[in-house]
Design a protein around this ligand. Structure first.
Ligand code: DGL
Length: 291
């Protein structure tokens, strides 16, 4: 990424800002695929008057098993595409892209505001924990990147963070196996050892991957009722609201419509994505684009 030419998108964005009422522009949201629809769901609840443009890089997912350089490159391309679509801010609704590419995205699309999911998730966990022992479950890339561990320790230097890569949870969620014996057996395989050590076990568990909120009931059944389960979607939505308001970019009184973009498989995006969004998506609503 170093030495790449000046971003073509930033001048376009500035021109759009000058020519139009930027507050009417959509909020851009992207993920490696459909998982970020859990964040879009929270954004729509928090900001019912906003328009959204959601991009899922379904042709290249998963990001969670790829190298940091590749994830950063893909993430920058996705953010660039959203800016070309005229968004007023970019929400990186993918923990892996956020862990490995947030800085590169910010540099590339400046002055467009960029909001990630990790900092809000780390803040929610730091506020929730009593014992200071926090577990983070995420993709391999997010765990290896260490962004959650760093963000939590910045907020709570006394915290002990145990990060566990649970890549298989992504497949469970996509297969629709979000509850029942198969889900609980896989979840138990990864998490039971951590929770067998009570009272030393983490009292707070961060769902550090956009796919995991759909597994929340099965995760709860495995870890027990006393553990605080934190998901960054609602906290991120509140941060987006605050940042838009601070920048004078909020839109009130709109219809909350969503434009869906994907890089592959409109039918699968609509079918599996409806479960993540908690609302129906028709394949005809999904436009396929190249990055
Ligand atoms: N969206 C990714 C994340 O939140 C999970 C799926 C993937 O590995 O691409 O980390």
């Amino acid at each position: 990424l170093d030495g790449s030419p000046a971003p073509p998108s930033a001048p376009a964005w500035r021109a759009a800002a000058a020519a139009t009422e930027l507050s009417a522009a959509p909020v851009g949201v992207f993920d490696s695929g459909i998982g970020g629809l859990t964040v879009l769901r929270a954004l729509r609840d928090e900001l019912p008057g906003e328009r959204f443009t959601y991009l899922g890089d379904t042709a290249r997912l998963p990001y969670g098993t790829k190298s940091p350089a590749t994830v950063a490159r893909y993430a920058v391309q996705a953010a660039d595409a959203l800016v070309e679509y005229g968004v007023k801010c970019v929400v990186v609704a993918c923990n892996t892209a956020c862990a490995l590419g947030l800085q590169a995205i910010r540099e590339r699309v400046a002055p467009v505001p960029v909001i990630g999911v990790i900092e809000p998730g780390a803040r929610a966990a730091s506020n929730a924990t009593r014992s200071g022992h926090i577990a983070v479950i995420a993709t391999e890339g997010t765990v290896r990147g260490g962004a959650y561990q760093e963000a939590i320790r910045r907020l709570r230097p006394d915290a002990r963070v145990t990060a566990v890569a649970t890549q298989l949870f992504v497949a469970l969620a996509e297969e629709g196996l979000s509850e029942g014996p198969v889900a609980e057996s896989v979840i138990g395989h990864y998490l039971a050892p951590l929770y067998a050590t009570a009272p030393m076990a983490p009292d707070t568990l961060v769902l550090g991957c956009t796919h995991f909120p759909v597994l929340a009931t099965a995760i709860r059944n495995v870890v027990g009722p006393q553990v605080r389960i934190v998901d960054s979607a609602a906290t991120t939505a509140r941060v987006v609201r605050a940042e838009l308001a601070a920048a004078g970019l909020s839109r009130e009184g709109g219809q909350g419509e969503v434009q869906f973009l994907a890089t592959d498989g409109a039918e699968r995006f609509a079918r599996v994505g409806s479960r993540f969004l908690g609302a129906p998506i028709a394949p005809e609503e999904v436009d396929l684009i190249d990055l």
